[in-house]
Design a binder for this molecule. Structure first.
Ligand SMILES: *Cc1c(COP(=O)(O)O)cnc(C)c1O
Length: 346
């Protein structure tokens, strides 16, 4: 089965909108051109021109920072835009279905609902592990087009073993989407190293977490050229604005990923120890990310206690198998120290 068979026939046939910046691509030796092709304002303000629809310069910077080829990279207005685009490119409303494993990131379900796409939930076990056999079997269902695995998982914090994801990839031609929003905090390698082997693999990353650029809205999608071609057809032509492109290019070079990962792991260890020593905390889940999920005696009550001290955490009690669980993001070392001290007074 080829990738094309996964794409909605209407999208395969689609003649995409061609923007002015699509039709005329600037070459190196064409510096003194006057651009009168896009009905923009001719008065220079830094922002009077439409942005590069393919974010070529930014993609080069990201590729050299994270490894990987620019031809395998697509950028979205946050990962959330990419998730929605994948639904729209692959899933026929009221007919096709996708698989998720609860508890997980809430956006897959929301995007499925918006696109009227069926959701098959194959929940994680009580220990938050993937049910790979059941997933592989369900992927055989003809109407199932794609599978979302969030690794490290949100809200549980843990990466899934690479061999389990490889096992799924070895046994399906459907789209396997691995959401690695937190992978830079983990010691585990990104699945994007396996792109050459699996054209149906999609690896989502983001500049919103470790890179500290949530406000810019920049999501990364690493996948095969065939899928990128389809995403490019469907995306709004100028989905990444000039200010975001420019700012990210300026900031990214100086982000020390290893240093932030190391610092984060150190702070996380301290936090885990502190939480484990509290009589009202029942379990602290292992984490490869910049947040911790922990189970306590009464999440609603503890949530309020945090709030009274001016600290906003996330109550995840309503998620499957997360009764009485709170999720807390790591703060600055100063904030963490203050909160750890505070916790013993609860
Ligand atoms: C935070 C997060 C994202 C990031 O989304 P953006 O739209 O890129 O900010 C994606 N997936 C998961 C699981 C997240 O927790």
């Amino acid at each position: 089965m080829s990738i094309k068979e996964l794409i909605r026939p209407s999208i395969l046939k689609l003649e995409p909108y061609s923007s002015a910046r699509d039709e005329f691509i600037l070459k190196d030796n064409q510096e003194n051109l006057i651009f009168l092709d896009a009905n923009e304002s001719p008065f220079e303000t830094d922002y009077n021109r439409y942005p590069d629809p393919y974010q070529r310069e930014l993609k080069k910077v990201i590729s050299s920072k994270l490894g990987g080829k620019t031809e395998n990279l697509f950028l979205g207005n946050g990962s959330d835009e990419i998730i929605d685009l994948l639904f729209r490119c692959l899933c026929i409303p009221s007919k096709d279905q996708v698989i998720i494993s609860s508890p997980t990131y809430g956006m897959y379900k929301v995007s499925a609902a918006i696109n009227e796409v069926g959701l098959i939930d194959i929940p994680l076990t009580k220990n938050f592990e993937l049910k790979t056999d059941e997933i592989i079997e369900t992927l055989q269902n003809e109407t199932v087009k794609m599978l979302f695995i969030c690794s490290p998982n949100n809200p549980t914090g843990k990466t899934f073993p690479t061999n389990q994801i490889v096992e799924i990839l070895e046994n399906t031609n459907k789209l396997v989407i691995i959401d690695e929003a937190y992978i830079q905090f983990s010691d585990q390698a990104s699945l994007k190293e396996k792109l050459d082997k699996y054209p149906n693999l999609v690896v989502l990353q983001t500049l919103s977490k470790l890179f500290g650029l949530a406000g810019l809205r920049l999501g990364l999608c690493w996948t095969s050229k065939e899928i990128i071609e389809v995403l490019n057809k469907v995306k709004p032509p100028y989905n990444i604005n000039s200010l975001s492109q420019k700012t990210a290019i300026g900031v990214l070079k100086d982000v020390d990923i290893k240093q932030i990962r190391k610092q984060n792991a150190l702070e996380r260890e301290k936090y885990i120890k502190a939480l484990q020593s509290l009589p009202w905390v029942e379990q602290v889940y292992e984490s490869d990310s910049n947040f911790l999920l922990f189970r306590c005696d009464n999440a609603d009550f503890r949530y309020q206690q945090f709030l009274e001290k001016g600290i906003v955490v996330r109550n995840r009690s309503k998620q499957l198998n997360c009764e009485n669980c709170l999720r807390i993001s790591l703060g600055t070392p100063e904030q963490n120290k203050k909160i750890i001290e505070l916790l013993s007074t609860f």
